[in-house]
Write a protein that binds this ligand. Structure first.
Ligand code: ATP
Length: 368
């Protein structure tokens, strides 16, 4: 395994880029720690594939360097980077059996037969394909073939990194959860450095130790799932992650209070802003309804199983709140309050920490 360093990396597909908009990838410095599982998450067109292709060697960046354990590999072809890749669609040898497919990368490296057998058996178990090891790949479903691709990606333990590019796209929805869990287990067992590209927040948050969130060609936050939930560094992270995403309110901030829709709200801490456009971000999990606060009207209640999503109109702004299954919901006028620990302040879309620093992180499960 290797630590992967991106050193002042940027990429433009244009020959003579002039402005930031000409870059598919804005300048980025980042270390992918050895043995850690990362998800690279963002909407279509934000630059995920560009970044992954630079790491894998399919694309040479127009600016900056890529280092594997300190060694500059920026101009090394993919074949010389010692990485395993799993793509959106299965890449298997149809004429070979499942066993031969899984063993292929090990045979290429001339490992002893007994070790090949051991490793193939272990991976086959984790992808639940022990029963079909001697079947030819040709007759298998797309799901099964993609499981072989995943297994083949993980069969070697000497790769610098494992790169996954939306690997569960062709997998049946009920299998996705199972495969994600298996991938996590494989990471636990083998300790590969993994980078998993996806636009699906559930995939990213359940798979990764750390999620790298991209937006419009830049990395806007690298954090644990709890950090992304509790302290989104950018308003984009707030509304992209979460279901529904974070509520954002234009607010005028003065000392420890904010004025939102004509009502003063106590923020519980001071925030030093510099005159930019300020907003308050509060996740639906931290919105409480009661007799005091900002006047609002319930417009719809959606029952989504374990909880209810309450849609409100607050002075023309749409607000979402989450209530427990058994909780009663006012059916007309109410007031919106914010749980203090769920308040984030933004200036020009970037988070401003409270004066005196952030307290300990809570988790979503502890939400009010
Ligand atoms: N070969 C190329 N030539 C020119 N522009 C490109 C090329 N490939 C990608 N782009 C542009 O670079 C930007 C980032 O694209 P990229 O494919 O990296 O995003 P992505 O997040 O992987 O999107 P998706 O999830 O749709 O694959 C987009 O504006 C895209 O149009």
């Amino acid at each position: 395994m290797a630590k992967i360093t991106l050193d002042t990396l940027a990429h433009s597909y244009l020959a003579d880029p002039k402005s930031p908009e000409d870059f598919a990838l804005q300048e980025l410095n980042h270390d992918w720690a050895d043995g850690e599982a990362y998800a690279l998450l963002g909407p279509s067109g934000c630059g995920k594939s560009t970044l992954l292709n630079i790491i894998s060697g399919l694309l040479i960046p127009s600016h900056g360097r890529v280092l594997f354990d300190g060694k500059d590999v920026t101009h090394l072809p993919t074949a010389d980077r010692n990485i395993a890749q799993v793509f959106q669609f299965p890449v298997v040898y149809d004429t070979m059996t499942v066993r031969e497919n899984l063993a292929f990368p090990l045979k290429n490296r001339k490992l002893p037969q007994s070790e090949i057998s051991d490793r193939v058996a272990r991976v086959a178990k984790s992808i639940a394909m022990e029963d079909v090891l001697d079947r030819r790949a040709a007759g298998l479903t797309a799901d099964a073939k993609q499981k072989i691709s995943l297994g083949r990606g993980m069969v070697r333990d000497d790769v610098n990194a494992l790169l996954f590019d939306e690997p569960l796209t062709v997998i049946d929805p009920h299998m996705k959860w199972e495969l994600r869990t298996q991938l996590k287990q494989l990471h636990h067992d083998f300790g590969h450095t993994m980078i998993y590209v996806t636009h699906d927040q559930t995939e990213a948050l359940t798979f990764a130790d750390k999620v790298v969130v991209m937006y419009d060609g830049r990395v806007v936050q690298v954090g644990t799932p709890d950090e992304l939930f509790e302290r989104p560094a950018h308003t984009f992270v707030g509304y992209f992650i979460g279901s529904p995403g974070m509520n954002l309110f234009d607010a005028r901030i003065e000392g420890t209070t904010a004025e939102i829709a004509g009502t003063r709200v106590d923020l519980g801490a001071g925030y030093r802003t510099k005159g930019g456009a300020t907003k308050i971000g509060v996740r639906p999990e931290y919105i409480c309804l009661g007799a005091s606060g900002i006047p609002a009207r319930v417009t719809r209640v959606e029952d989504v199983g374990r909880h209810k999503i309450i849609r409100l109109d607050m002075d023309g702004h749409q607000v979402a709140a989450i209530a427990g299954e058994g909780e009663s919901v006012p059916d007309g006028g109410t007031h919106v309050q914010f749980a203090e620990r769920g308040v984030n302040v933004y200036e020009n879309e970037w988070r401003v920490p409270p004066e005196g620093g952030d307290g300990p992180l809570h988790t979503a499960r502890e939400a009010a």
